[in-house]
Design a protein around this ligand. Sequence first.
Ligand code: ZN
Length: 469
Amino acid sequence: MNGSFEATIGLEIHVQLNTKTKLFCSCLRETNNLPNINICPICVGLPGVLPKPNKRAIILAVKSSLLLNMKISRESFFERKNYFYPDLPKNYQISQYRIPLAENGHLELRNGKKIGIQRLHLEEDAGKMIHSEGGSYVDFSRSGIPLCEIVTKPDISSPDEAYEFLARLHRVLTWCDITEGNMEEGHIRCDVNVSVRPKGSEKLGTKVEIKNVNSFRFIKEALEYEIARQIEKIRNGESIRQETRGYDPTTKKTFIMREKEFAHDYRYFPEPDLLPIIIDDYLIEEVRREIPELPDSKKKRFEEEYKLSEYSSEILTSQRILSELFEDLGNKFDDKKLVANFILEEILRSVNEGLCDLKRDYIKIRESAEEILLSQTKGELTRNLAKEAFREVIEGKADIHSAINKRKIKTESSEIEQAVEKVLQNNPKEVQRYKGGEKKLLGFFIGEVVKIIKADPKLIREIIQRKLG
Ligand SMILES: [Zn+2]
C-alpha cells in the first residue's frame, strides 16, 4: 500500500536524569502526589537567587553521550530560552542552544542500521499545569528537575524502527542508571515528527509533529496512522499542512491540536549566572569507568558461555537487574538452563502478575529461587512442585523452608512400599486384571499411590512393577 512512498521520522526525547536533587538547587528530585513539594526560591524563580549546577546531572549527560557514541563538547554553556507560560515562573527556561553538551552520535538497531543523533543537551524541566473544574493550578514540584534532551537525525524510516530505537534507548539508559525510565511518571517523554515523500524524491515532504504520546507502543500506532493519512492526502492531490497533532489511543487516530504558528523566537542568550560547562579527559574517563557491561555484549556472552538460546538471552538482558539475578543464581548451579528457565517462567510470571518486584524483593526472590532449585536438582522436588513452592513463598503464604519441606518427595523406598502395598490390597480386582495382561492399569495404581504419598512417580512405578512381577 505504501509501496511508492517513503516516510522520514525524527524523534525528540526528554529524559529525566536519575539524580538525587534538581539541576540548579538542592531540592529533592522526587515528586509525589502532593503539589508544590520540594520547591525553593531557586526552582520557582524568585528574583535575586543564583542557580548552582548539579555535577551528577552533568555526569549522567556525559554518560548518555558516551553510550550514544557522541562527540562531547569540551566547553558548552547554558542559555536562557525566553517564553512566557504560567508553569515557568522565571519566564525563561535554562537550556542549551548554540553549543549543546554533545553532538553527532548514533544508536545501532538490531539489524545494524545506525540511527544518527544530532544533539544532546541539558535543561531544566518546567512546572506542571493542572486543569480541574474549579480552575487551573500550577504545581512547581517538577520545576528545575534535570532533563537530557536527545534529538535524532531524520534517519528513521518506519514506525517499527521508531519503536525499536526508543526501546533500545530506554534499555541502555535504564541499564546504566541514567534515568529511572518510568513511562507513567513521564521520565521519558517523546515528540515525533514525520513526513512522507514519493520514493526516490530528493525533497522532503511537509513535517507534521505529534506531541504528548506517552508510550512507545502508542508512538508506533500514531506513526502508522499518520503515515497512511499523509499518503492518502497526497494521492488525493491535497497538500499536507504543517501542524501539531495529538494521538487518541482509543480511536487509534491522530487529531489536530494546532496549526503551526510562526517559528518561535526564544531570544536565546547565555545564562549570565552560570559558568561554562568544561568537560576534560579526566571527567570523561571517570564516567567511562562507571559504565557496566552493556546488554548487547552480555546477551552474546550468555549465548556463548552458557549456551542459552537467543530468545532466553534477549529476555534475560532486557533489564540489568534480570541479567544480574541470572548471573547471581547461575553461579551456584551447573545447569544454567535450569536457572534461566526458572527465571523466565516462574520469576517473571510472578513479577508480571504484580506478586513481587525485582528491585524491591530482590533478596527474597534470589534466596527462595536458590533453595528451591537446590531441592529440585537433588530430586526432592519435581518441576511442578518447585513452581508451587516458589509461588507460595512469593504470595507470602509460607516461608521458604516449610514451602519446600511439605512438598519434599519421599525418597526412602520403605515408605513408598507401604503405600504401594496398601493400594494393591485395596484394589484386588484391578490387580487381577493387571496380572491378566491389562498393563495400562499401572497408571491407575501410580495415581492411587500418589494420593497417599508424595514421591517420585518413577520410583513408584518401579516398586509396583516389582511387586506385581
Ligand atoms: Zn529548589
